[in-house]
Structure formats: C-alpha cells, structure tokens
Design a protein around this ligand. Structure first.
Ligand SMILES: Nc1nc2c(c(=O)[nH]1)N[C@H]1C(S)=C(S)[C@@H](COP(=O)(O)O)O[C@H]1N2
Ligand SMILES: [Mo]
Length: 498
C-alpha cells in the first residue's frame, strides 16, 4: 500500500482495456513523479559483479532481481509473471541470459540452420516486461510535427487499398552482440551491461511484412512539417533508469525514414503474426541500425525537431572512444550509435574445440554489413547465402589446415565500400561495451589425420578403446617403447659433445 492508502496497482492502472501490461507514463508527468517517490522509498538488491568473475554456468545465467523489485514496488508484478510465461511459450530453447527483463540469445547450432532464423530461435532483447495487446483494439497514435496527427487501427494500416505493403529481409543485431569479448579483455560499464553479457548469438534474420513509415506519414498524416528532423517511437513497456520510470522510447532521423523501405511498421515475421515477445501486434523495423531503434509494442510515433530525450536514446547506446572511461564519461561526449558497423562471427567450430581432420577444417559463421554486398574476401561466392540489402550472409569455408596443435582462426569481413573490421578487440573496446565489431577469433586444437604418424597414434588410442579428447585427460599408457626411445636418444643425444 502506498502512503495515501491506494494500492499501487490501482494507482498505476493500465492505460486502456485490451492493452494488458501497458502503463502510459510519458503523458502524465505527475504520475512519473509519484512513481519516482515510491521507488526512492524502497531499497533494491545490489548490482551483481560478474566482470571480474566468471559468469554462472546456469540457465537462466543471470536473475533480474532488481528489475522485478522495481515492478513489484509499483504494483506491476503481473507484468513480470506474464513475461516469463511468454518466454517459456515462445522462446523455450534460447540461452536465457537474464530472466527479467528477458534477454535470450540463440544457441550456436540454431543460428546457422538457414538464412532466415526461425522465430522460435530469434534472439530477444527486452528492457522491461512483455505487454499483452489485443490486436482488435490496437491503434497507433501519430503526434507532433506532422500536418495531421492521427490515431489509426491495425486494420486500417493493413488495408492494401490505403497503404502499399512491403516485405523485407532484415537482420536485427543488438549493439551489444559479442560484448563478452570486450568484458573478458577489459571491463567497462555498459549502461545495460548487467543485463546482457552477449556472445555471438544476439543476431537474427527474418522477413518482415508491414508498411513503410514514410508512406504512412505521407498518406495518413499529410506529410511531416519542415521542422521535423526525427521520428520518435514509444513502446508499451515500462522502463526504469536511475530511480525514474519511462516508457521505452527511441528515435531515428527523418533522413533515414525518407529512404522509403528502410523503416517499416511490421506486423508479420517470417509469414506469421509477430510473436508477443517480438512486439505484437506492431513493431518498428529499422534496417541497418542497431536493434534498439526497432521499437516493439509500438504505441506512438512522434515527429520532433530533435532526437528523443528518453534515456535509451540520449543516455544509452553511446559510443565512448578509447580514451573516455569511467572518470570522464558524460552523456554528451559519447556519440549515439545508429548504423551498425561491419561485423561477423565464426559460429562453428567453437572456441577451444579439439578437431580431428584430414587436412581441411570447415568454418561457418555470419557476416554483416549495411552495404551488404558485392565482394566478400576469400569465402567462395557459392558458399554464402543470398545477398540482401539489409541482411547478413551466412558462410562456410573448407580451410586447408596442415599444422597441428593450438591454432587461432579469425574472420574478417570487407564490404563493398571497403569498410572492414578492426583486427583486435582492443581496437573496438569502448566504455559502454557496444558494437564489438573486431575480427572474431577462436582457438582450436588441430589433429591432422592425414599425417601418417598422427593417424597411427589415433589408431592406437582407438584400439585401446580410449578417446583422444578432452585434451586434459592423460593417456594411461606409455607413449613409446623403451627400445625405441633408447635407439633414438643414442642417435640424437640431448647434450652436445662439446
Ligand atoms: N519497446 C521496446 N522495443 C525494443 C526493446 C525494448 O526493450 N522495448 N529493445 C530493443 C533492443 S535493444 C533490441 S536489440 C531489439 C531486439 O529485437 P528482438 O527482441 O525482437 O530480437 O528490440 C528493440 N526494441
Ligand atoms: Mo539492443
């Protein structure tokens, strides 16, 4: 119960019927203030340390105590419960990095099954709970610097007599993809780091169907006013930052929206309605930009003259160059990350794997570039998935590998503008630990069976019913007969004569 005797869940009621889990904050400054005061009167669990200690080996890997407590403090626990129920239903098989707000990444074997990531396996990055919105009552509001502010139903948006529809193949990647490599080399902050120590699986590709935002603005709103420079998107989810409460909000420049099919309002993903956890019934898909701009559970598009002042846009997803660290980071000296740099990862084999081969090792992975395109180095064209303007290419290569022992493989992508990846994590490191776009490196242990001596040794091991791997397991038997050892040591004495 809050001070005035009203229970918090009555105080912070849902905005509209049929929009379960949607509390509108941005339109009610007094309500935000009240929530802020309630939060200030609570003590919340501390932030866990995992940058200097290994991540727990559990699934979920991390438990979002604090974020659950924030929701509970405002009487919004049902949102927490519904979100987890939705995860179990729609994403049972991901690596659950954080249970709430839910962050899940695709298992490596499921990442490369085909060019399009099956919806069930597509990664999820949430900043709050999952709202449950009835599509029959859904409407989108368009406000701000447009000639005609409107409210429009999903049915009208989907009416092909009103708006032409688009179908686009898009790779969405979180700007935090592969962040764990930065953490392992040099810890940093990362506004959202605690929630998402991502590996190579925070990326996925789907065909989205929807309408171009540019066309909706033009046809339904009579266009934007000349002062409009940014389009701001609001989500129905509740976001907490430094003791304050918000709806998820981000923006993209009008210049991006004007590229007609590059920002779409989508309701289908790979031929079916958006799963609830991906923003049902309507989300934004911003091609080429970091995932954060592709706002899910879209409630409102607001045309404005400057970028969104919501914390996700103005205080997070900032890139601080190498010299800027804890002691001098400010919001105003990090630049806002919009377009994703060239990036890639080796998905198979995995780091530290022992590979017994016959002179070739097959490597597989993904490569991404906004200029998705023309020349890709070394991997033969026929070994890459089809080109799209806004999507990755999966690749596979049979690498001739003669040497044995520990080897390091590295993938580097060039795009058609000759943009390429920095070679080491150090050159990509930044205080907020975003866009780990350096060459992805793995170590593998090579055992080349095309060498007669190696083949012979492997056979001996097999004949004894033993396994070669793991490397750290000692072989139980003598490595060499005594006579043989003696003969060779006579021929090649260890000590020189003089
Ligand atoms: N409303 C809302 N939209 C959101 C987010 C969110 O938390 N709330 N997360 C963003 C981030 S950071 C990413 S990377 C993408 C992930 O999209 P996905 O979860 O559909 O894969 O959604 C973006 N859109
Ligand atoms: Mo993200």
């Amino acid at each position: 119960m809050a001070e005035n005797g009203v229970s918090p869940n009555v105080m912070f009621a849902e905005e509209k019927t049929g929009w379960t889990g949607y509390v509108e904050w941005e339109k009610y400054p007094e309500k935000k203030l009240l929530a802020q005061n309630i939060l200030a009167s609570h003590k919340f669990s501390p932030i866990p340390e995992f940058q200097f200690v290994p991540l727990p080996d559990t699934n979920p890997v991390l438990i979002g105590h604090r974020w659950k407590e924030y929701h509970e403090a405002l009487g919004l626990k049902s949102i927490v419960d519904f979100s987890w129920k939705t995860v179990l239903k729609e994403k049972p098989d991901l690596i659950h990095l954080l249970d709430f707000p839910y962050n899940g990444e695709t298992r490596r074997d499921q990442l490369l099954t085909e060019k399009l990531t099956p919806n069930k396996y597509h990664f999820i990055r949430n900043h709050g709970g999952v709202p449950d919105i009835d599509k029959d009552v859904y409407e989108l509001e368009i406000t701000g610097l447009v000639n005609r502010p409107i409210k429009i139903s999903l049915k009208d948006l989907q009416d092909i007599n009103k708006f032409p529809q688009e179908e686009v193949t898009v790779t969405i990647q979180c700007s935090g993809t592969r962040r764990i490599e930065q953490i392992r080399e040099y810890p940093g902050d990362g506004d959202e780091l605690i929630n998402a120590p991502w590996g190579e699986g925070a990326i996925g590709t789907a065909v989205y169907r929807g309408v171009s935002l540019k066309k909706v603005l033009k046809i339904a709103c009579g266009g934007v006013k000349p002062e409009c420079k940014h389009l701001e998107f609001f989500g129905a989810d509740t976001y907490f930052k430094k003791g304050q409460v918000y709806n998820y909000a981000v923006s993209v420049p009008w210049r991006k929206v004007r590229q007609s099919d590059e920002v779409i309002l989508a309701w289908k993903m790979n031929g079916v309605d958006l799963p609830k956890i991906h923003g049902y019934p309507l989300r934004v898909v911003v091609t080429g930009y970091i995932g954060a701009r592709s706002c899910k559970w879209l409630t409102r598009v607001n045309a404005r003259s400057d970028e969104s002042d919501g914390p996700v846009q103005s205080k997070e997803y900032l890139y601080y160059s190498q010299q800027i660290g804890k002691q001098n980071a400010r919001y105003s000296n990090g630049f806002s990350i919009q377009q994703m740099p060239v990036s890639s990862a080796i998905i198979s084999p995995v780091d530290k794997q022992v590979i017994i081969h016959d002179g070739f090792i097959t490597l597989r992975g993904w490569s991404y570039s906004v200029n998705s395109g023309h020349v890709w180095y070394a991997v033969p064209q026929e070994n890459m998935t089809e080109k799209h303007y806004h999507a990755w290419r999966l690749w596979t290569i049979d690498l001739p590998v003669e040497p044995e022992g520990w080897l390091e493989f590295c993938v580097r992508t060039w795009d058609s503008s000759n943009n390429t990846e920095p070679t080491f994590v150090r050159s990509a490191w930044n205080w907020d630990l975003h866009v780990t776009s350096s060459c992805h490196r793995i170590k593998i242990y090579s055992v080349n069976r095309s060498r007669p001596a190696t083949a012979q040794r492997l056979k001996e091991i097999e004949d004894r019913g033993e396994e070669f791997a793991p490397l750290s397991k000692p072989l139980e038997w003598s490595l060499e007969g005594e006579e043989e050892r003696f003969r060779i040591s006579q021929r090649f004495p260890r000590e020189p004569e003089n």
